[in-house]
Design a protein around this ligand. Structure first.
Ligand code: GDP
Length: 334
């Protein structure tokens, strides 16, 4: 069915859909803003727009990129983006910035990042949604990703920083997760300790131009560290590369590795399987957060909650029996 014929869509939204499908960046930005809005009427419209566009999504490679502030993420993504545009791709860059949800400030910085890329017609760069908890931000980023795909962007980069849960979140919404590292002693140890390396499908040491031998040593060390970990797939051992984003060296090899990953995992059936798992996990996440919302908002629960919480705090009842009591009330609502 043609999307415009969807029931329940107003003329404005039908135009919005046409604009997104036509690859117009302004329409895409508007659709993402609609999806990011917390107003219930906007949410309803956004859901209808997304439903209509859904058949046109999925046709991309979704690349997650993480690294500490200063590792060179924006320099790297700009360089990669320009390389990909030269090769005929269209690239969208989205961000999941946990800092922006907590403090209102952003580690990933403002719009001056990736300046050259941002001026290219074939690129679309969107900062992290700022409202809500990380779960909410992730949900919005997932929707933005689908909208970008519907607008014809065939490479979606989702960038994050190594803070809290954000890396797991981004690895859980992308096809390939790339960990950018500095060839400093200690940096790789940090990443191994935090468990980030276990999420990596590809490890890239940036700034190899500063000290080539140090970069080679870091690559070798990381390779041996990775050989001790159980790989996530029997078909793929995460490669370790060195690049210089500033000097544009190693970028083509990095992208060739991403393409090799996609071909290998597709042939093994794991590429699609990962997406299916992610879609199911996303649905459950939305159900979980929806249930939590409805539970907390229900008048009966709201009336009972302060008393029960106080009893738990005072040690008059156990958390287990308190939770049971409240949850049992649900039987009356559902
Ligand atoms: P981000 O915070 O991870 O986005 O890092 P940026 O891309 O802003 O880079 C931080 C600093 O490192 C900037 O001053 C960059 O110019 C510099 N930088 C990035 N990549 C390289 C590189 O490959 N070599 C060198 N020498 N400097 C780099």
């Amino acid at each position: 069915m043609h999307p415009v014929a969807e029931p329940g869509l107003g003329a404005d939204d039908a135009r919005l859909i046409e604009g997104v499908l036509g690859g117009q960046r302004r329409a895409l930005a508007k659709a993402i803003t609609l999806a990011e809005s917390s107003r219930p009427d906007h949410q309803q419209r956004a859901a209808a727009v997304l439903d209509a566009l859904l058949p046109r999504t999925g046709n991309s490679i979704r690349v997650g990129i993480t690294g500490v502030p200063g590792v060179g993420k924006s320099t790297f993504i700009e360089c990669l983006g320009l390389h990909l545009i030269d090769a005929g791709h269209r690239i969208a860059v989205l961000a999941v910035d946990p800092s922006s949800t907590v403090s209102g400030g952003s580690i990933l910085g403002d719009k001056t990042r990736m300046e050259e890329l941002s001026h290219r017609e074939e690129a679309f760069i969107r900062p992290s949604p700022s409202a809500g908890a990380l779960g909410g931000v992730a949900e919005k980023t997932r929707e933005a990703m689908l909208l970008c795909e519907a607008a014809g962007f065939d490479v979606i980069v989702v960038e994050t920083v190594g803070v809290g849960q954000s890396e797991t979140t981004v690895a859980g919404m992308t096809d390939i997760f790339v960990v950018l590292q500095l060839p400093n002693a200690g940096d790789d140890l940090q990443a191994i300790k935090k468990g980030v390396i276990e999420l990596a499908d590809l490890v890239v040491f940036n700034k190899a131009d500063i000290d080539g031998p140090a970069a080679d040593a870091a690559v070798a060390q990381m390779k041996s560290a990775l050989s001790l970990l159980r790989p996530g797939s029997e078909h793929w051992r995460p490669p370790v590369l060195k690049v210089s984003a500033a000097k544009s060296s190693g970028i083509a090899e990095m992208w060739a590795t991403v393409e090799r990953y996609q071909a290998t995992m597709s042939a093994a059936g794991e590429f699609e399987a990962r997406r299916h798992r992610q879609a199911t996990a996303w649905m459950w996440q939305l159900i979980d957060s929806g249930l939590r919302h409805r539970f907390r908002d229900h008048p009966g629960i709201r009336a009972a909650l302060p008393g029960v919480a106080a009893a738990v705090e005072a040690g008059e009842t156990t958390p287990t029996s308190a939770a049971h009591r409240l949850l049992n009330q649900l039987n009356r609502f559902f």
